[in-house]
Design a protein around this ligand. Structure first.
Ligand code: G3P
Length: 225
């Protein structure tokens, strides 16, 4: 399962990339707006962090298929072949996806709240489909279950696609889909750091440090004791 960072803040991306096993970065228009920077400027910087092989996800903002396809061509020409254009799963989006498939441009279906959106995007050839887990939860439905249903629909119909599940607000939502074996999740930096943040871990490490310091002297490690 791939783990991506759902953010465009370069400092946060650098920190999480340095510490965690990360495979790529996803953005959307709202995430880019939060940076207050020119889109291609910040995305080029993110590309330099993820490297040539890392996957970068950038959303098309047009409301019609022709515009979305034009955006995908520009996005790939500016940011490289491992950049996937996020196409909203609406009728004009499906039309755009069919054209992108013909042109061999990589794309992902996004803004997914229902299993049928995910299924149709996968059928159009989307490499990933992105259900919004927490937003679905906030609507009073079960975002993890919707994601599992999409995963199952893709698998049982033998479609060449998989989830890039998105919109997580806590570790439990992420864990449920990790256990289910989805293709990828994209998670905000604070939620990624929260996956392994708890007082028991900190207390255990502090005790080891104290005990070893008592044995060989404070600040000494296995490298220099
Ligand atoms: O990119 C889409 C998704 O990750 C949105 O997340 O936190 O705005 O619900 P959020």
């Amino acid at each position: 399962m791939k783990l991506c960072i759902d953010d465009a803040n370069v400092e946060k991306i650098r920190r999480v990339y340095d510490l965690f096993p990360v495979d790529g970065v996803s953005t959307n228009p709202s995430i880019l707006a939060k940076t207050g920077r020119k889109p291609y400027e910040v995305l080029t910087e993110i590309r330099s962090i993820v490297g040539e092989d890392g996957e970068l996800f950038v959303q098309a903002t047009s409301l019609n298929a022709e515009g979305m396809v034009a955006e995908a061509r520009r996005i790939v020409s500016e940011l490289g072949k491992t950049t996937l254009t996020k196409i909203p799963c609406v009728p004009e989006g499906f039309k755009a996806m069919k054209q992108l498939k013909k042109e061999g441009l990589r794309f992902i279906g996004t803004a997914i709240y229902t299993p049928m959106q995910g299924f149709l995007a996968a059928k159009c050839g989307a490499e990933y489909v992105a259900p919004y887990v927490n937003r679905i939860d906030n609507m009073g439905f079960d975002g993890v279950q919707v994601s599992k249903d999409i995963h199952d629909a893709i698998t049982r119909n033998a479609l060449d696609s998989g989830l890039l599940a998105a919109s997580f607000k806590n570790s439990q939502q992420v864990l449920e889909l990790v256990k289910y074996g989805v293709k990828a999740v994209t998670v905000a930096p604070d939620v990624i750091e929260g996956l392994v943040k708890n007082a028991a871990i900190d207390a255990a490490i502090a005790q080891f440090t104290k005990d070893f310091g008592g044995l060989v002297g404070e600040g000494q490690t296995m490298a220099n004791c």
